[in-house]
Write a protein that binds this ligand. Structure first.
Ligand SMILES: *[C@@H]1O[C@H](CO)[C@@H](O)[C@H](O)[C@H]1NC(C)=O
Ligand SMILES: *[C@@H]1O[C@H](CO)[C@@H](O)[C@H](O)[C@H]1NC(C)=O
Ligand SMILES: *[C@@H]1O[C@H](CO)[C@@H](O)[C@H](O)[C@H]1NC(C)=O
Ligand SMILES: *[C@@H]1O[C@H](CO)[C@@H](O)[C@H](O)[C@H]1NC(C)=O
Ligand SMILES: *[C@@H]1O[C@H](CO)[C@@H](O)[C@H](O)[C@H]1NC(C)=O
Ligand SMILES: *[C@@H]1O[C@H](CO)[C@@H](O)[C@H](O)[C@H]1NC(C)=O
Ligand SMILES: *[C@@H]1O[C@H](CO)[C@@H](O)[C@H](O)[C@H]1NC(C)=O
Ligand SMILES: *[C@@H]1O[C@H](CO)[C@@H](O)[C@H](O)[C@H]1NC(C)=O
Ligand SMILES: *[C@@H]1O[C@H](CO)[C@@H](O)[C@H](O)[C@H]1NC(C)=O
Ligand SMILES: *[C@@H]1O[C@H](CO)[C@@H](O)[C@H](O)[C@H]1NC(C)=O
Length: 629
C-alpha cells in the first residue's frame, strides 16, 4: 500500500438519510501548486504509456507485405494525443530464439534449417531478414523503440551475430527512433529453459551482458557516434531470480565504464512483471480481484522496492513488460472494460512511483493486448476496451504540454477508488477519478460515488468532464472515452469530445461535486475539454519527450519546439459556457464497498518461488505457443 498523501483531506460521509442509494461521497483536496505536494512525480514523458511486441508477432501487428493499417492508426492516435508515439519494446521470449539472416527476404520468420543453438527452444530457432526492419519503419515517425537482442545464443560466433544485428537495426530502422538495446529476455529464467547451466546467476549474467554491450559499443555504437550508454540491463523478472536484483547486479559491477569513456553501458533498468501469471500465480484470477486496486499495490510491492533501488543508482526504471495476466491474458478478464480501468490506474500508479515507462505486452493471441491485430478463430481484428486507457493517458499527458506531473490524492482508502491530480507547469490542471467498483452491463441498478473537490484557488472556474465508460465492467465492446470511439476497421477515432463533455462550475466557496458511476472513470480538466488543444513539446533531444530531434545519435543541435495538433478535432469549443452540472449526490449509506486488500490469493514469496519452478514447463509451453503464431 502506498502511503497516502497528507495534504488531502478525507471525508467519507455516510449521511444518515434513509433509502440506500449511491453509496459514498469522497472529499478530495488537490493542492493548487505542485511544489507543495509531497511525492509529486517526475515529469511524465509523452511516450510513457507504451507497449511491447513479442518479436515473433511483429508481422501480425505491423503487417506482412501489406501494412496493418489498424495497428498503425492506433499507434498514431496516441502520438497525436500526447505529442510523441508510445514507447515500444520489441522483445520477449522470442528474442532469444531469433537470429538475423540477410538472405531472408520473405515477409515473415523462417525456421532455421541449420539450427545449432542451445535451449529447449533453440536460441537460433528462427531467422529474420530485412523485412523485419521494413515492417518497423511503418510505425509513426520517432516512435521510441527498445530493440531486444538475443543473448541466449552463445555459439562461437556470438560476437559477429550480435554486432551484425545491432548494426543493421541502427542502419535500417529509420522511421522510429531506436532508443536502446535490451540484451537477452529475462536471463534469470535461462537456467530453466536450457539456455544456461543450472548454476547460472546474476554474476554470470553481468559478465556476459558486459561482454555483449562492449562488443556492440566498440564495433557499432562508437564508430557511428552513438554514446555507449545505450543498453537496458534486464533485471529479475520473477522472485526466483533474486541474484538478478538491481542491487546485486550493481555489486557485480554491471555499471562498469565503457572502453575509454566515463559512461557506463546503462541507459536505464528494464524490468518485467505481470499482475497475474497463469501457472505461476497462486489461485485463479477473477475480474473482481483485478478491479480491487489494493491488489495491484500488494502484487507490485516487491517491484516498487526495486524501483526505489533503481532510482537510487541514478538510472531511470522502465517496466518493459506488464499485463493484467500473462502470458496471453485471460478471456473475460483482460479483454473487459474492467481491465481498461485497471490499466488506467496502473499507468497512473506507475507514474507516481517515477517509473519512466510502462510497456504492456502484446502477442497476437493475447486477450490483454489493447487490440487484436489479426483475425483469429474467425474473429476479425478489433480494438479492446484497454486501448482506451492508453488514449486517456495520452490525452492527460499531452494536455500538459510536456510538463505533466502526477500526484495521488487521498481517496479514503477504499480499494476500488483512486484519484490522481495532474500538474502542468507546476499548477493544478486536472483530476482523474477512478471508480472500479464492479457493476456489470446487465445490472439493473448502477450506483455511483460522488467526489467533492475542494479547489479554493480556482473559485468560479469551470471543470470540463471527460468520461471513460462502457455498459459495465464485463463489457468487451462499446467502450467510449471523451466521446470518442476507435474503429475496429481502421483504428480511426470518431465522435465529438466537445458534445460529449459536461461541465461543472467550481462554486464561490471552491467546491465542485462530480459523480462517477461504478465501473467508470472521469477526468475533470480545468478550463477546456481535455484533448482539444494543440500539444506543445519541450525543446528536448530526448526521444521519449519530444520528436523534435529524433535521431538518437543526438550530435545535431536541438531543434525548436514542435507543435502537434491533438487528435480528432471535430468541432470548435461549442459548449464552453453550458449550464454546469449539479449532481445530486442523494442519500447515501455504506453499501457493498470492499474493505482492505482481498485475500482471494496468497502471494507469499515462497509459494511464488515454488510455483515458478513448477511452472517452468508451463513457461516453456507458453513460449512454444507464442512461436506457433
Ligand atoms: C513518498 O514516497 C516514498 C516512496 O514510495 C514513501 O516512502 C513516502 O512515505 C512518501 N511520502 C509521502 C509524504 O507520501
Ligand atoms: C519522484 O521524483 C520526484 C522528483 O522528480 C521526487 O520529488 C519524488 O519524491 C519522487 N517520488 C518517488 C516515489 O520517488
Ligand atoms: C562521427 O563524428 C565525427 C566527428 O564529428 C565525424 O567526422 C564522423 O564523420 C562521424 N561519423 C559518422 C559515422 O557519422
Ligand atoms: C557504479 O556504482 C557504484 C555504487 O553505486 C558507484 O560507486 C560507482 O561510481 C559506479 N560507477 C560508475 C562508473 O558509474
Ligand atoms: C577500446 O577502444 C579502442 C579505441 O577506440 C579500440 O582500439 C579498442 O579495440 C577497444 N577495445 C575493445 C576491447 O574493443
Ligand atoms: C498547451 O499549449 C496549447 C497550445 O499553445 C495551449 O493552448 C494550452 O493552453 C497549453 N496548455 C497548458 C496546460 O499550458
Ligand atoms: C460480472 O461479470 C464478471 C465477468 O464476467 C463476473 O465474474 C462477475 O461474477 C459478474 N458479477 C455479477 C454481479 O454478475
Ligand atoms: C524552445 O526554443 C524556442 C527557440 O529557442 C523558444 O522560443 C521556446 O520558448 C522554447 N520552448 C520551450 C518549451 O522551452
Ligand atoms: C444513483 O446513480 C445513478 C447513476 O449515476 C443515477 O441514475 C441515480 O439517479 C442515482 N440515485 C440517487 C438517489 O442519487
Ligand atoms: C498451465 O498448465 C496447464 C496444465 O499443466 C497447461 O495445460 C497449460 O498449457 C499451462 N498454461 C500456460 C499458459 O502455461
Amino acid at each position: 500500500m502506498l502511503s497516502r498523501l497528507p495534504f488531502a483531506v478525507l471525508s467519507l460521509s455516510f449521511a444518515a438519510i434513509s433509502s440506500a442509494q449511491n453509496a459514498s461521497e469522497i472529499t478530495l483536496t488537490p493542492a493548487a501548486k505542485g511544489a507543495s505536494v509531497a511525492n509529486l512525480s517526475q515529469i511524465v514523458a509523452p511516450s510513457f504509456a507504451g507497449m511491447g511486441i513479442e518479436p515473433t508477432n511483429l508481422f501480425s501487428f505491423l503487417g506482412y507485405s501489406q501494412t496493418n493499417a489498424l495497428s498503425i492508426q492506433l499507434f498514431q492516435n496516441l502520438a497525436d494525443y500526447s505529442g510523441v508515439p508510445p514507447q515500444l519494446r520489441i522483445g520477449g521470449n522470442a528474442q532469444d530464439s531469433m537470429v538475423y539472416d540477410s538472405t531472408v527476404d520473405s515477409w515473415g520468420l523462417v525456421s532455421n534449417p541449420h539450427s545449432t543453438g542451445q535451449g529447449n527452444v533453440p536460441s537460433d530457432r528462427n531467422l529474420f531478414g530485412n523485412t523485419y526492419f521494413k515492417a518497423l519503419n511503418r510505425l509513426p515517425t520517432a516512435t521510441p523503440i527498445v530493440f531486444g537482442l538475443n543473448m541466449a545464443y552463445n555459439e562461437n560466433d556470438w560476437v559477429t551475430r550480435i554486432t551484425t544485428v545491432a548494426r543493421e537495426v541502427l542502419k535500417q530502422v529509420t522511421t522510429p527512433t531506436v532508443i536502446s538495446f535490451e540484451i537477452g529476455n529475462e536471463p534469470d529464467l535461462y537456467l530453466g529453459n536450457g539456455f544456461r547451466p543450472p548454476t547460472y546467476d546474476g554474476l554470470d549474467y553481468t559478465n556476459e551482458w558486459l561482454a555483449r554491450a562492449a562488443a556492440v559499443a566498440n564495433q557499432v555504437l562508437t564508430p557511428n557516434n552513438y554514446s555507449s550508454n545505450y543498453f537496458e540491463p534486464g533485471t529479475t523478472a520473477s522472485t526466483i531470480g533474486k541474484t538478478f536484483a538491481i542491487a546485486l547486479l550493481m555489486s557485480d559491477g554491471i555499471n562498469k565504464t565503457a572502453n575509454g569513456t566515463h559512461d557506463t553501458y546503462i541507459v536505464g533498468w528494464n524490468q518485467h512483471d505481470y499482475f497475474y501469471f497463469v501457472n505461476v500465480s497462486v489461485g485463479g484470477l477473477t475480474l473482481d480481484y483485478l478491479m480491487d486496486l489494493d491488489n495491484t499495490e500488494a502484487q507490485f510491492a516487491y517491484w516498487a522496492s526495486q524501483v526505489a533501488i533503481a532510482l537510487g543508482t541514478g538510472y531511470p526504471y522502465y517496466l518493459r513488460e506488464m499485463g493484467s495476466a500473462g502470458p496471453i491474458g485471460l478471456q473475460g478478464i483482460s479483454d473487459t472494460f474492467g481491465a481498461s480501468l485497471w490499466t488506467l490506474n496502473f499507468f497512473l500508479y506507475a507514474a507516481i512511483l517515477n517509473i519512466s515507462s510502462v510497456d504492456m505486452h502484446m502477442t497476437d493471441n493475447s486477450w490483454s493486448a489493447p487490440w487484436a491485430p489479426v483475425e483469429r478463430n474467425g474473429v476479425a481484428p478489433y480494438v479492446r476496451p484497454s486501448y482506451y486507457a492508453w488514449a486517456v493517458m495520452a490525452q492527460l499527458i499531452g494536455n500538459c504540454n510536456g510538463t505533466a506531473r502526477v500526484a495521488e490524492l487521498d481517496a479514503g482508502g477504499n480499494s476500488n477508488i483512486r484519484a490522481y491530480a495532474f500538474y502542468a507547469h507546476g499548477t493544478f490542471q486536472s483530476v482523474v477519478l477512478i471508480n472500479s467498483i464492479m457493476v456489470n452491463a446487465s445490472a439493473s441498478d448502477q450506483d455511483s460515488v460522488t467526489f467533492n473537490l475542494d479547489l479554493p484557488d480556482f473559485k468560479n472556474q469551470v471543470l470540463y468532464l471527460s468520461t471513460l465508460t462502457a455498459d459495465g465492467a464485463d463489457s468487451t465492446s462499446g467502450t467510449v472515452w471523451n466521446g470518442l470511439t476507435f474503429s475496429d476497421k481502421d483504428g480511426s477515432p470518431s465522435g465529438d469530445m466537445h458534445a460529449a463533455s459536461t461541465t461543472v462550475r467550481i462554486d464561490s466557496d471552491g467546491h465542485a461535486s462530480i459523480r462517477v458511476r461504478d465501473s467508470q472513470a472521469v477526468v475533470a480538466n480545468l478550463g477546456w475539454v481535455l484533448g482539444s488543444n494543440a500539444v506543445v513539446l519541450p525543446n528536448s533531444t530526448d526521444p521519449r519527450l519530444s520528436t523534435a530531434n529524433h535521431k538518437s545519435d543526438a550530435k545535431s543541435n536541438p531543434t525548436p519546439t514542435t507543435a502537434v495538433i491533438a487528435g480528432v478535432t471535430t468541432t470548435i469549443l461549442a459548449s464552453a459556457t453550458s449550464a454546469s452540472q449539479n449532481p445530486d449526490p442523494g442519500p447515501s449509506t455504506p453499501s457493498q464497498k470492499k474493505g482492505g486488500a482481498g485475500s482471494l490469493m496468497e502471494w507469499s514469496r515462497e509459494s511464488l518461488f515454488l510455483a515458478a519452478v513448477a511452472g517452468m514447463v508451463g513457461l516453456g509451453a507458453s513460449h512454444l505457443l507464442w512461436r506457433c503464431w
